[in-house]
Write a protein of this length. Sequence first.
Length: 321
Amino acid sequence: SSLAARVQLRTMLSNALTITVALLSCLLLGGEASEQRRLLADEEVLASQRFFSTQWRKRFNQGDVIYCGQAFAGDASLHVSFGPLAETIKRLIYLPEPAVLHGQVPIEAFWNASQQVLGFKDMKGYQDDGAYSSTALAVDDNTVLVSSPVAWTSGVREVRGQTTSELWVRVGLQWKLRSMMLAIKEVLEPAAVRVLPETTPQPKAVLPLLGEPAATATTAPAKVVPAALVTTSSAGITATEARLQSISAGTATSEAAMNKTIVATAGDSAAADAANSQVGGHGNFMIAAMALLIVGSAAIMWRRAKKRNEASISGFEAMLG
C-alpha cells in the first residue's frame, strides 16, 4: 500500500510540474505578443518609407550610384531578370540570366554599370499615380513591401520593367533595401523615322554668267540623282562616267563664256583708261594749286603768331623794369 501511495504522489507532482511549465509558457508568449503590438498606423509607416523610394529614383537620375548602392543593407540581395536584354548584358557586363547579387558592393557595381555601360538614365517609377505608380504594404512598423513599374531610357530606346518585390526595413532613422526582385519586360525601339519622299525638282534657271546675256542662261537638270558612295558594278561605273562627262561639258561651256566676258571687260577697261588720262592733267594742276595755297596760309599765320609773342615779351620786360 505504501508503494502505491508513492507512485500516486509522483504522478501528481509530475502533472503539477507540467501545468506549471504550460502556464509559464503562456505568460512568456503573451509578453512577446504585447511587445510586438503596432505603435504606428499603416499610413504613417508608408509615408515614412516612401521618401526613400522616391529619393532613390532621384539620386539615380542624378548619376549618384554610390547613394543607390548604399541604399541597400550590407547583407542585401538583388535578383535581376534581364529578359530581352539577356544577351546584351552577358556580352557587356558578363552577368548570367537571371543574375543574383549578394552584398552592398556587388549591387552598387551593378547600378554603376547600368549607367556607365548600358546607358540607363531618366528613370521613371514610384509615382503617386499614372502608369508608373507604386504599390506598398506595411508589414509592421519597421517593414514595408514595395512593387512598382519602372522604365529607363538607353540611347534612343526605352527599357521597361517591374520591381516585383522590394523589402524595405527600418534601420534607425533610415529605411534600407534588404532585397529587390527586378524583371526587365520589354525594350521599345524608337518610332519609325520619317523618310522624306524622293521628289523630282522642277527645272530652275541658273543665274547667267558675268557678261553673258540672260537669254543664253543654262538650266538645271530635270532630275537630280545622288551619286552612289561606293559602286562595283559596270553599270554604276558607266553612269558615274556619264555624269562626269556632263559635268566636264558644263565646265567647258562656262569657261568659254567667261573668256568672252574677260575679253569684253578688257576692251571696256582700255577705253576707260584713255578717258581717265585726258582728265588726269587737270586734276594734278588743281591739287598742286591747293597745296601751295595751304602752305602759304600756314606761313602767314605762323609769322603773325611770332610777332604777337615778341610783343608780349617786350611788354612784360617793360613792366619788370
